[in-house]
Design a protein around this ligand. Sequence first.
Ligand code: ATP
Ligand code: MG
Ligand code: MG
Length: 408
Amino acid sequence: GYRKGGYHAVRPGDQFAAGRYVSQRKLGWGNFSTVWLAFDVQSQRYVALKIQKSAPEFAQAALHEIEFLSEITKRDPSNCKCIIQLIDHFKHTGPNGQHICLVFEFLGDSLLKLVQYNRYKGIGFDRVKRICKSILVGLDYLHSELGIIHSDLKLENVLLISTIDPTKDPIRSGLKPDLERPEGNPNGEVGLNPIEKKLKMRARRVLAKLAEKRKSVVESSRSERSLDGIDLTCKIVDFGNACWADKQFTDFIQTRQYRAPEIILGSGYSFSVDMTEGLSLQDHLALMMELLGKMPKKIATMGTRSKEYFDRHGDLKRIRRLKLSSVERVLVDKYKISESDAREFANFLCPLLDFAPEKRPTAAECLKHPWLQYNEDKTYGPLNNNDAKNIGLAQSTGSTTSGDCTNI
Ligand code: ATP
Ligand code: MG
Ligand code: MG
């Protein structure tokens, strides 16, 4: 918390870096920092100011993040690689110690929030494709040009590029539903006889039902509005766990629910860990196998931690019965996606989920997949296979050339 070694308490109007940055409102926080919207007096624009906790381990983590971000920003002067840009960094001394501060371009909400605003009902394929493309452009840049593994890719760490006025509180201005607002208090019951009480209760239930209905209508129109001002490309953020592919410090990476099988099993890793999709250590492996089939014995038994989970035949030690399904079935049955959309999407997704890391496609290869190609009018409608191939190969060539901005 806000104590020695911890967060720095900020109020709107506080000055940083000899008055260059003036804090406006809190944008978010994490285990290491609080992040504030600030006005950069020098460049006359809004920025995001990340103020790290002050204890030495947090300072060390901030320096680590700066090392990667400086390289990323230096090699992408045109700022089109879908990775957050570091503008500046400095130290700020306060009552809780000395805090390393990072200044970033101001971005919008995370993909996690986008999913939550839509009440987990899902996002249209058109948007999903745009978002996938941005993330892949970012990963391709990190992997093939810089040799950096992000190693903590998840919904919270991809932020949308927002064009809304940053000074307006998005909740108060009605751009986003306030999901945490408490409900009103019920009225008191004084002076009513039992029958009146019963009638009142019944009336209240009916009113509550009507209010619920109205609320859902209002909220669905609001969630639509929450997407206004967002062109929906997005950027990858949070390089607190990044590493150089040729200098790995630890063999245990990634947030639990998103962990690739080779990390769980301790088999060594490379760029392809950024290419696995998040699923929800024994149970996790079992879920993977229910979805993707049995893990090849060689892969299952090869890791330094394999013996914790698998017997020598390559079967899970504690979980015997698996409910086998497939990606396509889950998309149709659970996510109610049409059979044809599910087939196209599964065709894109399944290679990313391959148990063998070396078989997973690279970001550059993913960008060429037919599922991510536009129609001629720049929409992503259904394509027949031939169209997809033609457009795919024609459009994907620019994406790996450095300094060349691809249109997402
Ligand atoms: P973690 O515990 O996830 O490592 P952290 O302390 O390293 O957290 P970040 O994840 O970098 O902090 O940022 C915390 C939050 O601040 C983000 O989830 C996001 O909501 C917000 N935020 C960070 N950077 C920006 C930005 N450039 N523009 C807008 N909001 C941002
Ligand atoms: Mg984070
Ligand atoms: Mg972090």
